[in-house]
Design a protein around this ligand. Structure first.
Ligand SMILES: Cc1ncc(COP(=O)(O)O)c(C=O)c1O
Length: 355
């Protein structure tokens, strides 16, 4: 890998709350793929615009996949990566679904570690702040044909971030969409690809003026079973101690946080299950007080309590629209492992030593 020398790198100075996805570091990683050479020309250079042919496939048929993972500043000054192997495995599953070339996971993790190490000053030292890592693969092939690509660009950039939601660890309001769907079994819902998101943003915008920050999607066939939120998987708490989440249906993203909570929660004294969840039954249980909490789980927000759902013109409030004890417990337990405040019995963390 070539590491270019930067001319005038900016000092790593950013506000106490850097927001989410507003600031970028000085460097990024890039490499190219052709059928003859495979992945080649790996380099870390200056962060900046990508030269792009107007006919590049990504601009027309959206051949693009991406990942999102984070680097956490430890109290000893070193830096933790959380389950980055799971993100790289998912990137390759997304690649296979879109007919893209895979990237050797170990090499990919090496690239991430090298980039984060060079940019270590940008990993915030403030509580609840992290360095967000975004690997992307796009087809740069110049063709109007609708077929798999033969030329790709893989790049990774970094963004110091604060909490995903402006109000931090406070409950969000979630609109349950009945009129629109996100993904269908057999489609691309399990892949982290741009099209899955492109179809959702206008719907989210429609409900924003009504006070909803997120949309919960139902299955596309019966519009009855709960799937996931815009950028999070969803979990419910029954009677204060049982955590239930929709089973992976073929159209839900296999969230790394979801997988981690399902593994961690039993060690914290909760029972867990993955089920097919009927929206009417869940909402009835909320009304009866049998569902005591709901929360989203994902890399960006980690655990995000839901204060109320809106569905077909009616509102369903949970736990008086306050953050509940289970969400709070899980958030603390997971972030304590991620920042290295408590031991990691699961082998989830990789530590990058900063000299
Ligand atoms: C649609 C969707 N669901 C769920 C998640 C949560 O996945 P993870 O925990 O791997 O971030 C994300 C975020 O990546 C997402 O975009």
């Amino acid at each position: 890998m070539i590491i270019e020398t930067l001319q005038n790198p900016r000092p790593a100075i950013f506000p106490d709350n850097p927001g989410f996805g507003r600031l970028y570091t000085n460097r990024m990683f890039t490499q190219h793929y052709t059928q003859d050479q495979g992945w080649h020309d790996a380099r870390i250079g200056a962060f900046g615009p990508l030269p792009m042919h107007p006919v590049a496939q990504v601009l027309h048929i959206g051949l693009a996949i991406f990942e999102g993972t984070k680097a956490y500043r430890r109290a000893d000054g070193n830096i933790n990566l959380f389950r980055v192997d799971r993100n790289m495995a998912r990137l390759n599953r997304s690649a296979v679904r879109l007919g893209m070339p895979e990237i050797d996971p170990a090499t990919h993790i090496d690239y991430i570690e090298s980039l984060v190490k060079l940019e270590h000053e940008w990993v915030p030292r403030l509580p609840n702040c992290t360095l967000y890592i975004r690997p992307v693969v796009i087809s740069t092939e110049e063709t109007l044909e609708v077929r798999i690509g033969k030329k790709f660009l893989h790049y990774i950039f970094l963004s110091p971030v604060g909490p995903y939601f402006a109000n931090g660890f406070n409950p969000v309001a979630v609109h349950i969409s009945h009129d629109y769907v996100r993904a269908v079994k057999g489609g691309t819902g399990e892949a982290k690809t741009t099209g899955n998101y492109a179809g959702t943003v206008a719907v989210a915008e429609q409900v924003r003026p009504h006070g909803y920050q997120q949309v919960l999607w139902l299955d596309a066939v019966e519009r009855r079973y709960i799937e996931e939120v815009g950028a999070m998987n969803i979990m419910f708490v029954r009677d204060g101690k049982h955590i239930v989440t929709p089973a992976l249906s073929g159209s839900i993203l296999h969230g790394v946080t979801r997988e981690s909570v399902l593994q961690l929660a039993p060690d914290l004294g909760y029972t867990v299950s993955e089920e097919r969840l009927d929206v009417d039954e869940i909402l009835a249980d909320i009304e009866k007080g049998r569902i005591t909490e709901a929360f989203g789980v994902g890399t960006a927000a980690v655990v995000s309590p839901v204060g109320k759902f809106g569905y077909k013109g009616k509102e369903y409030r949970i736990n008086d629209e306050k953050s509940g004890p289970v969400a709070t417990h899980l958030y603390k337990a997971l972030t304590d492992i991620q920042y290295g405040h408590t031991p990691d019995p699961y082998g989830w963390m990789r530590t990058i030593k900063i000299d």
